[in-house]
Ligand binder design. Sequence first.
Ligand code: HEM
Length: 173
Amino acid sequence: MNLREATAEKHKIAEKMPFNQRMMQKQLSKLDYLNYINQHFEIFTAIEANDLPHPSLNRTQLITLDIEELQLELKAPNVVLNSTKLYVAYLQNLSYQDLLPHIYLNYLAVMFGGQIIKKVVPSTGNMYEFENMNEAASTIRVLQKDEWADEVNKGFDFNIAILEELELNSLSN
Ligand code: HEM
């Protein structure tokens, strides 16, 4: 089974999480979306303490633009969820070789799913913009290995936990 097939079940679960379903139906408030990208900021900051396979993969500066746009309007604090702190702590303890499956997971998520998501979110969506997207994607594609399946599935579990906490957080707002 190739990597995409071996992780398809978790992808389906992630895609069907209530928070993502509401996102696809344009039902997220601006505050919901701000909280969502704040979690991405934390994850990408942890990953980008390391060099990436291609410079145009870097997300933190672009996410900052999206965060600033919403914060100017909402004047809301940056919320970092517990589930995000757990994933960040996990990422910070990985060797570069073990970080690579999480680079595959989080960057291709923004690159592929992101092109659909960009159209439905209450944001300019700078986070989903890539210069030389095909070239940047191919630097991940040449590295990816089918043996990454367990680690990628672990990364999906962390992401699913974050989506769960985002939904709970949204209900209590
Ligand atoms: C609203 C939620 C999501 C939608 C609509 C979505 C949609 C997509 C689409 C259309 C593709 C490309 C087509 C395909 O290969 O089937 C894709 C690929 C991918 N998505 Fe998602 N996705 C979502 C959530 C996520 C999440 C939460 C993650 C992980 C953090 C993720 C990780 C990936 C990865 C790693 C790929 C590339 C798979 C490969 O070709 O090797 N996606 N997604």
